[in-house]
Ligand binder design. Structure first.
Ligand code: NAD
Length: 499
């Protein structure tokens, strides 16, 4: 059995704990490798070495650090196919989707190539006679990134790019289900010129997450994953005095107005609801058609499209629209929720349970599933399903549809499909959700903006990547300097106002 270790001080090392987690092949249901789960002692040794390496890295001028990002970006491009294959092999998503996973991470690295511009401070000259005030942005020190299974390339890149470009060292703890992409990215960063020890990839589970949260050396924690864990990590990191930003789960709604182009809306819903088997934090899981006529027509168009979707292993290439879900437990939980939706009275229009793929009978597949006439009290509405299940909640008016979105606990992404600019502007202005799409189903901001949800989709301060990331990964130091020129007054004991 293949064993995967850690990336420490510029090389791959085996784990010493004797504890491992299985890495599944989600399409076959077989164990394809096992990953070492580090002990807190292994973690602390990696942190200590990172702290030493960070001092020199922070003192490296920002343009030289940016050049490492440039070389890294070029290497990611050269290795795009290999990276996509690594993503698909452990996650199960299709290769074109895996390329998108790498690409959206690469775009953040491209912005990090301009890090020196983001790291410029502020200055007021002549704040008083001979007095200048300036504010510097300095790296935090050693920071940690803790990432989920669903974007094995993109989210580690969102974490490591800005943190390293700012002059921090990073302990990256990828999801134990998909560790290989992060290890390969670390190898590419070394080839790009990153000094050893500045990025340490330590594989593990809760044991080392808690070690990270309690470490006195770690200054900041960037987490992405489910809401209960995000809330836990935020609380423990913050109470230990760390800067923390923790992004959680989602339940993203798309309102479809009666004046929307329903074919375009149905296409968008199928892509955003079922792409990557619904395992995206920005997936649309709730369609909210306004008016019975809109709802009936939309459901008809969705069914036609869903019937054509092909599910299978990524190795089947273009013959497949989406792959399996990540584990047998995930499949069983999703199937259980579909059962609960049926039992609680929703209309199960397309049932994806029990799908069998020839030659892959033990894979973790769930077929595309569509519910109509879902109500907010049902479990399929209340819970993040994180699978290929789309629910329709019918509403009679725009105001009722908006209220549904506003009342939901989550606030990651949302969308509206309409031909009316006034409605669209009103929606964008009033909705309490962090990322809004207008005739756009998955409004993930481009890398020179920042990504983040509201409500229970994010805990802590500032968003991921873009300008916010450079604020998160640096602290401000403000210097008030006076250079005397011919002032020989001696000491003043009063707290003087500046002239
Ligand atoms: P998860 O919360 O199970 O795991 C995320 C990370 O936390 C992993 O590295 C895991 O090892 C660690 N972890 C798990 N349980 C832990 C515990 N009890 N204590 C400490 N650490 C623990 O999430 P997942 O299943 O890997 O990813 C899917 C979730 O991530 C979904 O809820 C999805 O919406 C969310 N997500 C959010 C965003 C966003 O930006 N808001 C992006 C992608 C995914």
């Amino acid at each position: 059995m293949k064993e995967i270790g850690h990336w420490i001080n510029g090389k791959l090392v085996a784990g010493t704990s004797g504890r491992f987690a299985d890495i599944m092949n989600p399409a076959t249901g077989e164990v394809q490798a096992r990953v070492a789960l580090a002990t807190v002692a292994e973690l602390n040794a990696a942190i200590a070495d990172a702290a030493k390496a960070q001092v020199k890295w922070a003192a490296t001028n920002p343009q030289r650090r940016a050049r490492v990002m440039m070389a890294f970006g070029a290497l990611i491009n050269q290795n795009m196919d290999k990276l996509a294959e690594l993503v698909s092999r452990e996650h199960g998503k299709t290769l074109p989707d895996a390329r998108g996973d790498v690409q959206r991470g690469l775009e953040v690295i491209e912005v990090c190539m301009g890090a020196p511009a983001f790291l410029k401070g502020e200055m007021t000259d002549n704040a008083g006679p001979g007095i200048d005030i300036y504010a510097m942005r300095q790296a935090l020190g050693v920071v940690a990134g803790i990432t989920p299974f669903n974007f094995p390339a993109m989210i580690p890149l969102w974490k490591m790019g800005p943190a390293l470009a700012c002059g921090n060292a990073m302990i990256l703890k990828p999801s134990e289900r998909v560790p290989s992409t992060s290890l390969f990215l670390a190898e590419l960063l070394k080839e790009a010129g990153l000094p050893d020890g500045v990025l340490q990839v330590v594989n593990g589970d809760k044991e080392i997450v808690d070690g990270i949260l309690d470490s006195e050396t770690i200054q900041g924690v960037g987490f992405v994953g489910s809401t209960p864990i995000a809330q836990y990590i935020y609380g423990r990191a913050a109470s230990n005095g760390k800067r923390a930003q923790c992004f959680g789960g989602a339940k993203n709604h798309m309102i479809i107005m009666p004046d929307a182009d329903l074919d375009k809306a149905a296409d968008a819903l199928v892509g955003a609801g079922f792409g990557a088997a619904g395992e995206r934090c920005m997936a649309i899981s709730v369609a909210v058609p306004v008016g019975e006529k809109t709802a009936d027509a939309l459901v008809g168009k969705l069914v036609t499209r869903i019937e054509k979707l092909k599910v299978g292993p990524y190795t089947a290439g273009d013959d497949v629209d989406f792959g399996p879900v990540i584990t047998a437990q995930a499949r069983d939980r999703i199937n259980g929720l579909i059962g609960s939706g049926e039992a609680q009275g929703a209309d199960l229009v397309v049932d994806g349970r029990g799908i069998k793929i020839q030659g892959y009978e033990n894979g973790f597949f769930v077929g595309p599933t569509l519910f109509d006439k879902v109500t907010p009290d049902m479990d399929i509405y209340k819970q993040e399903i994180f699978g290929p299940v789309l629910s329709t909640v019918r509403k009679d008016s725009y105001e009722d549809a908006l209220k549904l979105v506003m009342d939901n606990d989550y606030g990651n992404g949302t969308a509206i499909f309409t031909a009316d600019g006034d409605t669209a502007r009103d929606f964008a202005s009033r909705v309490n959700v962090g990322m809004v799409g207008i005739n756009f189903p998955i409004p993930v901001p481009l890398s020179y903006y920042s990504f983040g949800g509201w409500k229970k989709s994010a805990f802590g301060d500032l968003n991921q990547y873009g300008p916010d990331a450079f604020r998160f990964y640096t602290k401000t130091k403000t210097v008030t300097a006076r250079w005397f020129s011919g002032i020989k007054e001696g000491a003043s004991l009063n707290f003087k106002q500046l002239d």
